[in-house]
Ligand binder design. Structure first.
Ligand SMILES: NC(=O)c1ccc[n+]([C@@H]2O[C@H](COP(=O)([O-])OP(=O)(O)OC[C@H]3O[C@@H](n4cnc5c(N)ncnc54)[C@H](O)[C@@H]3O)[C@@H](O)[C@H]2O)c1
Length: 316
């Protein structure tokens, strides 16, 4: 199998590409910046918003193994909700990137896996959230609005051009290759970093309840999707991918503190604009269609994440 992965220098992209390579699958990553963690991923540097996807001839020249790809996994995006509230042009850019990747898929009749987000649900109510409950009137942020728009563009390409797709709605993926604090501001690594240095942490709403996903579970779900889409077993489905376990930010902070053997000093602040306050996925569809089962509970995932942060730093 031969796969193009956009956003290959990001957290999910790095983990996915390394997992694919480990399985003997040929991969070419495409990203606008170099990978700061590993040089094991064959890679083309490309700004997909400005330059669009490379031609097949360029891809072939870069990595002959993927000259005729079977699939595109499209992960590239400006991916931080709060940053995009501050600068919505970066959310708008995400739509251009997705349009360019979809055009590439249309021109070469390639199936696509698109990484959407649980943000498309807006502010749902307990208990769990199933895929059919998106409510476009309650989209909370420009990031979410463009993820929804990207999804709709994917659905329209399926309808008009017979594009085969799987859309995965991810939720707070954490673990390896997400600790580059200068670039990203993700809650688990901020908490680990600040608590390790004896600094107070800020919690924007202690009771905020979300579905954190250990990265191996996310990658396992994506790998199942890749296999089933390429084999023609499952296509044109939108699937929640997460742990299915509700966790409050307060419990998250306590769990990290226990792993670092510290007592957390907490500054409480109200929830930030654009942020959701509740999300727990209904994983029925992922289980039925893909045989997906999340395996890593939060306690184990946080233990691994803390250990990983102690050992790993970006290469540059
Ligand atoms: N990680 C999560 O918790 C999570 C949750 C929901 C959805 N998602 C989605 O999954 C995907 C992957 O997320 P991630 O956590 O790996 O994000 P990330 O920010 O770590 O990686 C995204 C990558 O896309 C690249 N990129 C951005 N703009 C680009 C452009 N114009 N041209 C080429 N590359 C560009 C970035 O350089 C980056 O390496 C994103 O689409 C994100 O919105 C992630």
């Amino acid at each position: 199998m031969k796969i193009l992965v956009t956003g290959s220098s990001g957290q999910v992209g790095t983990n996915l590409c390394l997992a694919l390579i480990q399985k003997g699958i040929s991969v070419l990553g495409i990203d606008k910046r170099e990978n700061t963690w590993t040089d094991q991923i064959p890679f083309m540097q490309r700004d997909l918003a400005i330059q669009g996807m490379p031609a097949l001839a360029e891809i072939s020249a870069e990595n002959g193994e993927v000259s005729n790809p079977d699939l595109v996994v499209h992960l590239a995006a400006n991916a931080k909700v709060h940053e995009l509230v501050k600068d919505p042009r970066r959310a708008h850019e995400n739509a251009t990137i997705t349009f360019n990747v979809l055009e590439f898929c249309r021109n070469h009749q390639l199936p696509i896996i698109f990484s959407s987000s649980r943000e498309v649900y807006g502010r749902p109510n307990p208990p769990t959230v199933s895929e059919d409950t998106t409510d476009v009137f309650h989209i909370l942020s420009p990031y979410a609005a463009y993820k929804m728009a990207d999804e709709m563009l994917v659905y329209s390409y399926a309808h008009c051009y017979n594009l085969k797709y799987l859309v995965f709605r991810l939720s707070n993926v954490y673990g390896r290759y997400d600790g580059d604090l200068e670039r990203m501001t993700r809650v688990i690594h901020i908490f680990i970093d600040q608590m390790s240095r004896g600094e107070p942490i800020t919690i924007f709403d202690r009771s905020k309840t979300i579905d954190f996903t250990y990265v191996d579970d996310c990658i396992n779900g994506l790998m199942l999707g890749i296999e089933k889409l390429v084999n023609g077993e499952v296509a044109n489905e939108t699937i929640n991918l997460s742990s299915g376990n509700p966790t409050t930010l307060f419990h998250l902070a306590e769990t990290i503190a226990a792993n670092l053997s510290v007592t957390p000093q907490i500054i409480d602040k109200p929830i930030q604009p654009g942020e959701i306050s509740f999300y727990v996925a209904d994983l029925t569809r992922a289980k039925i269609l893909l045989g997906y089962e999340p395996k890593i509970p939060l306690e184990e995932g946080i233990k691994r994440a803390v250990e990983w942060v102690k050992e790993w730093k970006p290469r540059r």
